[in-house]
Write a new protein. Structure first.
Length: 201
């Protein structure tokens, strides 16, 4: 806790001090152009990776950067609520789903463990597990990486199932992106929508 409070003091003294006008402006409201759906993982901080300022990016982080299917059933849909706010209220023009290497959430999909919530949550991508289960030609690490890429594709596909997202895509007002961050190399990969592969930036 002391480390966090020390960090806050450094933020107050340096960053906040030199960006006071930005915070004054942002106190009146936000209008980010992009939303990023990334993982909760402490090693994958979108604001750090994209050198973003407060107000630049509307960020949602959950286990394994998963977007659940559209299901307006009155349950507690944290991810869908964030999407609705970003798309309908803030009218973001881009939604980025960013996966990453060494994802514990994706590993929990491949190698289920005990627990109440993570297992059912990652089942959103159950089809991915079935797809790689039969791949005896892959090592454990290769299987994990393939799944990390596939999970991004699942989230992108599920996004198009939200009617207010698909109608904006058709109207040219919203674009979806699949990105992947390799922690060790510090490298970002972007999915080419045409041939569905990830290329380094
Ligand atoms: Zn993760």
């Amino acid at each position: 806790m002391d480390t966090l409070i020390e960090g806050y003091r450094r933020f107050r003294d340096s960053y906040f001090g030199s960006h006071r006008h930005l915070f004054e402006e942002l106190a009146a409201g936000q209008s980010p152009k992009a939303m990023i759906v990334s993982c909760c993982d402490s090693r994958v901080d979108p604001h750090l990776i994209f050198n973003a300022q407060p107000g630049d990016v509307f960020t949602l982080r959950n286990i394994a950067n998963l977007v659940p299917p559209y299901a307006p059933d009155g349950a507690h849909h944290s991810t869908s609520a964030a999407l609705e706010y970003a798309v309908k209220v803030l009218e973001v023009e881009h939604i980025v789903v960013m996966g990453h290497s060494g994802c514990g959430g994706v590993r929990a999909l491949l190698e289920p463990q005990d627990g109440e919530f993570v297992g059912p949550w990652v089942k959103i991508a159950e089809a991915v597990r079935r797809k790689v289960d039969g791949r005896a030609d892959l090592t454990r690490v290769e299987r994990l990486r393939l799944c990390e890429h596939e999970v991004i594709r699942v989230s992108l596909a599920n996004l198009t199932g939200y009617p207010w997202i698909s109608e904006r895509i058709v109207a040219g007002r919203l674009v979806l992106h699949g990105w992947y961050f390799d922690i060790e190399a510090g490298r970002l990969y972007i999915r080419d929508a045409d041939d569905d592969r990830f290329f380094p930036v």
